[in-house]
Design a protein around this ligand. Structure first.
Ligand code: NAD
Ligand code: UGA
Length: 477
């Protein structure tokens, strides 16, 4: 079946960029991206491309080319489902916070809602594509909801409703989403009807070489997505655990990474030690895997994967503790500059960012934080830290130390270093790589520290400045 009209439910970090790239590559297909969130849709439709709801290099250009031609954003969910012969489900699947499986299992209420909407509003034959990351066997749930609709009759003018369900998980990384979508390592399509699989394959074949399009059964596809994220996160926890050992033994984690990465069986990627992995998916997807393993009676498998998440959390606290220790065991009344709040560079996303836990720990110790990030807004940080920004007229009657345990936001780097006791680099933004440490050093209060959790400073560039320097996994310092 040749697809002419696509509806994507969910205009988020995945739905928006993925549909933008499909629209650019398949100009004969009409694509409607729909969302319940009106504000988000307005931003996708904004004339000012700086106001798009997500920041992703190259996205604005693609949106400019396709929006209004074959790419449309709206809240008209029912209408656009009815028009579509293929519906992508690209909604959020966070960890459940209450009830059965709380803290581990995925909350599928949004996915279920989508299946019900498709069951109700679709006309004729519709292929439903799971784009969200889902627990293995979710397609079964979707199919059983759709089955109920198959027999419903809209009248003689409408063809009977029929459905196929495919799994087509997304492997893009934020910050490089457009490149990942245009040049994917692979596209994975799981399903049980070869005709439906072919319809989706035909779309990807517009720009992805055929040998990169993998076809599997639906359960393998669902499980492969969770497994890919678990393996990637496991590498980060592995190298972060080694960074702690490097600091205790005089080894250097960058040298260890290089040495092991040049073994082609290990490979060079995902071996950068940092402040701990963040992002909306690694933790939630591993916990989901843990839940599934427990559910299927495999506690040893569950414990193995859970340790990846536990190590990550331990590592984040380890960093805040060592900052406190180096600043004489107390942060009370000390000014600390936080460079970077996003969970990685080139995104405005802060979900599960290591910066959140580390900043909370430092605030708890009484520090006064000045937080800078080139793409994250102040109000997002207020939400993440669950603390309002410090107002200059705020007074603490008892100690006179109103700044203790508070934070402020910096729009740029000029003059934020004045009288600071420490600088902590938490996101590897390019602008932090060119800071003149000799100049910064003159402004800080001595003894002053720089903590680089992202290995972006060359020791030689900071050596002469007189600043104390700590870098992740560097045991020689
Ligand atoms: P997101 O929160 O940015 O976007 C999801 C959108 O779905 C929201 O705008 C929400 O309003 C909308 N939505 C929810 N229920 C709806 C409904 N019934 N009707 C219409 N709209 C609805 O989430 P995301 O980051 O795009 O992630 C989506 C899925 O893709 C998740 O399962 C995630 O695990 C997976 N994933 C994410 C990434 C990533 O980099 N963010 C990468 C690969 C896979
Ligand atoms: C990750 C996966 O890389 C994608 O393939 C997947 O599609 C996506 O999750 C998802 O399912 O949501 P993303 O979270 O956008 O993508 O970003 P990554 O580049 O994987 O980084 C995740 C975290 O690990 C970041 O905090 C990053 O700083 C950290 N990281 C990454 C390291 O600490 N060291 C590394 O070597 C690599």
């Amino acid at each position: 079946m040749k697809i002419k009209n696509i509806c994507c439910i969910g205009a988020g970090y995945v739905g928006g960029p993925t549909m933008a790239v499909i629209a650019e590559k398949c100009q004969d297909i009409q694509i409607n991206v729909v969302d319940v969130n009106k504000d988000r849709i307005n931003k996708w439709n904004s004339d000012n491309l700086d106001e798009l709801p997500i920041y992703e290099p190259g996205l604005d250009e693609i949106i400019k080319n396709s929006r209004g031609k074959n790419l449309h954003f709206s809240n008209l969910i029912e209408e656009k489902i009815a028009l579509a012969d293929m519906v992508f489900i690209s909604v959020n699947t966070p960890t459940k916070n209450k009830g059965l499986g709380a803290g581990k299992a995925s909350n599928l209420k949004w996915v279920e809602e989508c299946a019900r909407q498709v069951a109700k509003y679709s006309i004729g034959h519709t292929i439903i594509v799971e784009k969200s990351t889902l627990p293995v066997r979710t397609a079964e749930v979707i199919k059983s909801i759709l089955n109920e609709a198959k027999n419903s009759n809209l009248g003689n003018n409408f063809p009977k409703k029929t459905f196929d369900v495919l799994s087509n998980p997304e492997f893009l990384s934020e910050g490089s989403a457009i490149n990942d979508l245009i040049n994917p390592d692979r596209v994975l399509i799981g399903g049980d009807n070869p005709e439906a699989i072919e319809s989706l394959t035909t779309i990807y074949k517009y720009w992805v070489p055929e040998e990169k399009i993998l076809q599997t059964n639906i359960w393998s596809s669902e499980l492969a997505k969770l497994t890919a994220n678990a393996f990637l996160a496991q590498r980060i926890s592995s190298i972060n655990s080694i960074s702690a050992l490097c600091e205790s033994t005089g080894a250097d984690v960058r040298e260890v990474s290089r040495a092991i990465g040049s073994d082609s069986r290990i490979g060079t990627k995902f071996l950068d030690s940092g402040p701990g992995f963040g992002g909306s998916c690694f933790k939630k997807d591993i916990l989901n895997l843990v839940y599934l393993a427990d559910f299927f009676g495999l506690p040893e498998v569950a414990t193995f994967w859970e340790s990846v998440v536990k190590l990550n959390s331990w590592h984040q606290h380890r960093i805040s503790k060592l900052i406190t220790k180096n600043l004489f065991g107390t942060l009370s009344n000390k000014k600390i500059i936080i460079l970077g709040f996003a969970f990685k560079a080139n995104t405005n996303d802060t979900r599960e960012s290591a910066a959140i836990q580390i900043c909370r720990d430092l605030l708890e110790e009484g520090a006064f934080l000045i937080i800078h990030d080139p793409k994250v807004y102040q109000n997002q940080i207020e939400i993440d830290l669950n603390r309002k920004i410090f107002q200059n007229n705020q007074v603490d009657d008892n100690s006179g130390n109103a700044r203790e345990g508070n934070w402020s936001f910096a729009n740029n780097l000029s003059s934020i270093f004045k009288d600071a006791d420490a600088v902590v680099i938490l996101t590897e933004w390019d602008i932090y790589k060119t800071i003149n440490w000799d100049e910064v050093s003159k402004l800080m209060r001595r003894p002053a520290w720089v903590f680089d959790t992202r290995s972006i400073i060359k020791a030689i560039d900071i050596k002469k400045s007189g600043l104390n320097f700590w870098q992740i996994g560097d045991g020689l310092r």
